[in-house]
Design a protein around this ligand. Structure first.
Ligand SMILES: C[S@@+](CC[C@H](N)C(=O)[O-])C[C@H]1O[C@@H](n2cnc3c(N)ncnc32)[C@H](O)[C@@H]1O
Length: 461
């Protein structure tokens, strides 16, 4: 089939009315029927834009002038918003972001899932959508003027120096500033990615939002950390809420931030945080949701969708450190959790003990292997919760859900496109999507979380 020639060429200036927003946050318009993506553009705007990339089926263009501005356009409060890859939507008023995310979820369900009649509720947003992240991972390196610590410039490995990040908690900014001062004063060499030398690669902070406890992790390029005791002493003097100082050794040439070797330099191996009335021990490498306020909103939505009366068997697939399992356990007869990372399961078990919860059982393995095995053992859950990573569920797991025939399935997703794909498969197995409730866990970014309730359709299942 012959494709028509793109109607635009490189460097051409075009006038474009933007009609939508892409999943990466770009404005999208059609030029003579040809899709053009415009970073920084907002649906509803008309812009003059210069073409920067032409592909056979789409082009990219940079705004030269805004001819008609969206009423939702605001001045991004962060001075490095244009360069940092962390946020994509600070130029869009928060209310506009929420509407965009609702539309994004609906579009994915319709386009990828062919689910046109599904009720997509408005996104549950935050009252104050700033300073929400409980974890910061800040790369250290050398810039032209010496030490830099901040964020990687969009699409590169150049570190932009940063004084403050408006979506991180203030404690994290304070830790990074303190480490910079100490590192400069004591002459601890930052990591140099290009020749894999130097010492300090990243500073990771974790804050228990509800307990105030603070963990500082220094990721180093090898076991040596000059002035270790002095560093620890200064942290202890400076941060009264400090609970734990960890050195994590990562000697590999890799983009993965932490290595496998974590050493406690001072205090505890973990910090504690709470979600609702459940306490969680968080270790340096374990996954824990980054927006604690919205995590509670999300988990309450899961609880509501699960509609537990106390006698149910629940499966929590992709359970991480057991957060959803433990949140549901007091409302069910028993909860079975499965997770592929064995350290996370060790944390989950420890968290169960920490809370005196005994009606949970955790298994290590791939959910798509363990669930069929449970099915073969006669496990017939009343409710199944799945919370997979961005790539969504393995099809074998979805087939097993169909075999298990739970009354309710609650699908928690951080990626609307794989969610739409998987909901289509479950719908074809005879499940009905009752509703989709998006929750804004990541304000100012394009990401959106969803909690979906599916019920088995008695006519087919
Ligand atoms: C989005 S996290 C959800 C964790 C947890 N439900 C929570 O809210 O904190 C997804 C989890 O799935 C795990 N995972 C990835 N692939 C898996 C698989 N095939 N089987 C089981 N768990 C898997 C990851 O290690 C991660 O902990």
């Amino acid at each position: 089939m012959s494709r028509r020639k793109p109607p635009v060429c490189l460097h051409q200036e075009i006038t474009l009315t933007l009609t939508g927003q892409s999943h990466t946050g770009d404005g999208v318009g059609k030029y003579e029927g040809f899709a053009v993506f415009v970073p920084g553009g907002i649906a509803g705007e008309t812009v003059r834009a210069k073409v920067t990339k032409v592909k056979p089926t789409y082009a990219h263009a940079r705004i030269v002038r805004i001819l008609k501005e969206s009423p939702d356009r605001v001045t991004p409060p962060c001075p490095i918003f244009d360069r940092c890859g962390g946020c994509q939507l600070q130029h869009l008023a928060y209310d506009g972001q929420l509407k965009m995310k609702t539309r994004l979820v609906r579009d994915n369900l319709e386009r990828i899932g062919q689910l046109k009649e599904v009720s997509v509720r408005p996104v549950m947003g935050m009252r104050d959508p700033w300073r929400y992240r409980n974890k910061a991972q800040v790369p250290f390196g050398e810039g032209e003027g010496g030490l830099v610590a901040g964020f990687y410039e969009q699409g590169t490995h150049d570190i932009i120096d940063m004084e403050s990040c408006l979506i991180q908690r203030e404690e994290s900014d304070e830790v990074v500033r303190t480490v910079k001062d100490i590192v400069r004063e004591l002459g601890i060499p930052p990591y140099r990615e290009k020749d894999h030398t130097g010492v300090l690669r990243h500073v990771v902070t974790k804050v228990g939002a509800n307990t105030g406890q603070l963990m500082i992790v220094l990721v180093t390029n090898g076991p040596d950390l000059p002035h270790r005791d002095e560093l620890v002493k200064r942290f202890v003097d400076r941060f009264p809420q400090l609970q734990s100082v960890i050195q994590n050794v990562n000697s590999k040439r890799t983009n993965v931030i932490m290595g496998e070797d974590s050493r406690t330099l001072w205090g505890e191996d973990t910090i504690i945080d709470t979600i609702g009335d459940i306490a969680f021990a968080i270790s340096p490498r374990s996954f824990y949701q980054v927006n604690p306020e919205q995590t509670e909103v999300l988990y309450r939505e899961v609880l509501k969708a699960a509609d537990l009366k106390g006698g149910e068997t629940v499966v929590d697939a992709y359970c991480g450190i057991g957060t959803i399992s433990l949140f549901l356990a007091r409302h069910a007869r028993r909860v079975l959790g499965v997770e592929v990372v064995d350290e996370a399961i060790a944390d989950a078990k420890r968290n169960a003990r920490l809370n005196g919860i005994e009606n949970v059982h955790f298994a290590v393995g791939k959910a798509e292997d363990v669930m069929p095995w449970w099915y073969a053992q006669g496990v017939r859950p009343d409710v199944i919760v799945v919370d997979p990573p961005r790539k969504g569920c393995d099809e074998r797991l979805l087939d097993t859900i169909a075999d298990m025939k739970p009354e309710r399935t609650v699908y928690v997703s951080c990626n609307p496109s794989t969610l739409a794909r998987d909901l289509r498969i479950l719908a074809d197995h005879g499940f009905t999507v009752e509703y989709v409730q998006p929750v804004d866990m990541f304000p100012h970014t394009v990401h959106v979380e969803c909690c979906v309730l599916l019920e088995k359709n008695r006519r087919y299942v």
